[in-house]
Ligand binder design. Sequence first.
Ligand code: NDP
Length: 395
Amino acid sequence: MSKVLIIGAGGVSNVVVRKCAQNSEVYSEILLASRTKSKCDAIAQDIKNIPVHTASVDADKAAEVAALIRDFKPELVINVALPYQDLAIMDACLAEGVNYLDAANYEPKDKAHFEYSWQWAYQDRFKKAGIMALLGSGFDPGVTNVYTAYAKKHYFDTIDTLDIVDCNAGNHGQAFATNFNPEINIREVTQKGKFYKDGEYFEIPPMSEHKSVDYPQVGPRESYLLWHEEIESLVKYIPIKQARFWMTFGQEYLTHLRVLEDVGMTRIDPVEFKGQKIIPLEFLKALLPEPGQLGQNYTGKTCIGCQLTGTKDGKPQTYFVYNVCDHAECFKEVKAQAVSYTTGVPVMLGGAMMLTGKWKGEGVFNMEQFDPDPFMAEIGKWGLPWNEIFGQKFV
Ligand code: NDP
């Protein structure tokens, strides 16, 4: 029975809080804190079986987070605010000697660049403090790291290729909206594509490589090669010759994105406007629907999985492991769309792995460093069942 501090009150947080309440054998009490307290209150009011307290916090300020920790004394801090806050929240955890978990790696506000170096640099300090950080415990990163570790453990002696495929075949009825935080999403998809091969990284122009992937239960969807953070940790911890990440986009989304880029609305440098400086992407975010508000009337499915090729016992092996999630079903259960749902469930379960000691250590860890079996045994029960297909290539 554990107390947790959850930071952030957006689309993902809404799912995390509800899922923690469902898992009340592990989670006994929550302090939900975010920049806007009314958003915390709106989530908390639906939870009846465990106490959920709320507070406002600016998580860019480590001292504010540390003060909440001192007061509430949680065993774990779950960060589902934005990647910009990762380091300040890790600093607060270090100062107060509390374990840490997040769903996205740090990126600086003024540079759309995400890599693990900033958070991996906390390794010695976390070790010395005798505390644990679990990084990237969402779906991708998160479940995709566990899928890969599971494939390696059970089905592969050597891995030639890993292709992570992320398909959202849903329809939210809006001309243009992003399924998770608009700023973070647009920064991610407007970057150069990047993949790993034979010990090196290769960059390609944004969205320049794409192919049709025939997703189970969804059908063929055009999928684009993107850089995604889990590739960096997966090739560090699991020997893989080539690793790539693919994501689907509809033509409507891509057309809007191109226009927004062309007119400068996705810029992250300050622009002088009526005597003050504004950042165009921050202004655009204020105009777009919030991910947490997209759930109602969202139809269709997501399909996210990992395809691996390699060898087992000297024979060629091809394996695909994936989850399919239905937007409308998610809304019925937790008032959220499937992208928030597929992220929030593994956040809750990653935390439960830590709190029950199934995953433990001192230092900074990625998901694939732990035994995948206890996580794979439970994730279906919490709403994200997985399927396996052998001998068929999807990518
Ligand atoms: P939202 O934009 O819906 O929510 C973000 C929340 O963080 C908001 O409540 C926001 O407050 C709060 N916040 C922002 N800045 C601060 C601050 N300085 N102090 C305190 N709170 C702050 O985003 P999502 O819920 O969609 O995403 C949450 C996280 O999950 C992101 O890091 C995202 O990258 C990650 N993610 C990971 C995925 C995965 O599979 N691994 C997939 C999808 C998302 P306010 O409401 O006041 O703006």
